[in-house]
Design a protein around this ligand. Structure first.
Ligand code: DHB
Ligand code: MG
Length: 243
C-alpha cells in the first residue's frame, strides 16, 4: 500500500488510511442518500472524473461544512472563487432555496463542465458561473456592488490560485456584509506553512502563509485556522468573520 502510494506521488507521511476510513464512516452516517442533492453531487464528481479534471474538490464532509456554515448565518448571497466542477458550488447552493451563488472560474472547460453539473442539479436559476481570473472578476463584482447593481456577500469560499489568496481575501472583505463568513481552502499544505524555507520553494505555500498573516493583521476580521485530515490528506482552512 505504501509503495503504491509512493508510486502515485503520495508519500507515506502524507497519508494515513484511518483518515479515509473515518471520512467514509462520517459521510455514510451524516450524508444520507435521501439528501435532495445527493445524486447531483455524485453526478458532479463523476463528470469531473470523466472530463479528466483534477481530484482537488472538497470532500463530502467538507462540502457539508460549507453548507452548514451558510445555514448558520442564513447566507443569501454567496461568492466562490474557483469553481472546478461545481462540487462545492452545489453544496453551498444546497444550504437554502433562497441562496444565490456567484462562482468565478478561469478555465472555459471547467466552466462548461460546471454549468452541466449545475443544470443537472436544477440550480441554474440560483447559480451563476463567471468566466475569468478571480483577480480580474472580483474587482468587477466590487464595481457592481458600488453601482448598486449587485448585493454584498454573506459567505465567500476562496479556493482558487493560492498565490492570489491575500488579494481575494481583501476583495472579499470589501464586498461583504457585516457578520459575513469567509473561508479560504488549503492553507495548511501538509504543515508546510510553518516552514519559511518551504515557502521559498512553493508559491502555494507562500500564498497560504501570506493570507494567514494578512488575516491576522486585518482589523475588519476575526479569524481562526483549522487543520484537517481526511480523504484529502493533511490540510486545513482559514475561517474569518467580517466585523
Ligand atoms: C490544491 C488546490 C485545492 O483547491 C485543493 O483543495 C487541494 C490542492 C493545489 O492546488 O495544490
Ligand atoms: Mg481547495
Amino acid at each position: 500500500m505504501a509503495q503504491q502510494q509512493e508510486a502515485m506521488g503520495i508519500s507515506q507521511r502524507d497519508h494515513d488510511e484511518r483518515w479515509t476510513k473515518a471520512d467514509d464512516f462520517g459521510s455514510q452516517n451524516l450524508i444520507p442518500e435521501e439528501f435532495p442533492f445527493y445524486e447531483a453531487l455524485q453526478y458532479a464528481q463523476d463528470l469531473r472524473i470523466k472530463e479528466g479534471l483534477p481530484d482537488i474538490a472538497v470532500s463530502p464532509l467538507q462540502g457539508k461544512m460549507l453548507a452548514l456554515q451558510c445555514k448558520l448565518i442564513k447566507a443569501k448571497n454567496a461568492l466562490e472563487v474557483g469553481t472546478l466542477a461545481a462540487y462545492s458550488t452545489i453544496w453551498i447552493a444546497s444550504s437554502s432555496p433562497d441562496i444565490k451563488v456567484v462562482s468565478v472560474e478561469i478555465d472555459e472547460q471547467k466552466k462548461a463542465v460546471s454549468e452541466k453539473a449545475i443544470s443537472h442539479a436544477n440550480l441554474s436559476d440560483r447559480v451563476k458561473i463567471l468566466l475569468g481570473a478571480g483577480i480580474d472578476v472580483l474587482p468587477q463584482l466590487k464595481e457592481g456592488i458600488a453601482a448598486g447593481k449587485r448585493e454584498k456577500f454573506d459567505f465567500t469560499f476562496i479556493d482558487a490560485d493560492k498565490q492570489n489568496n491575500t488579494s481575494y481575501l481583501r476583495l472579499a472583505v470589501e464586498m461583504s456584509n457585516p457578520g459575513a463568513c469567509i473561508i479560504v481552502d488549503n492553507v495548511v499544505r501538509r504543515g508546510l506553512i510553518a516552514d519559511p524555507e518551504a515557502a521559498k520553494a512553493d508559491s502555494k505555500v507562500q500564498g497560504s502563509r501570506e493570507v494567514i498573516e494578512a488575516a491576522g493583521k486585518d482589523p475588519r476580521l476575526d479569524c481562526t485556522m483549522i487543520q484537517t485530515v481526511g480523504e484529502k490528506n493533511y490540510d486545513g482552512f482559514l475561517l474569518c468573520v467580517v466585523k
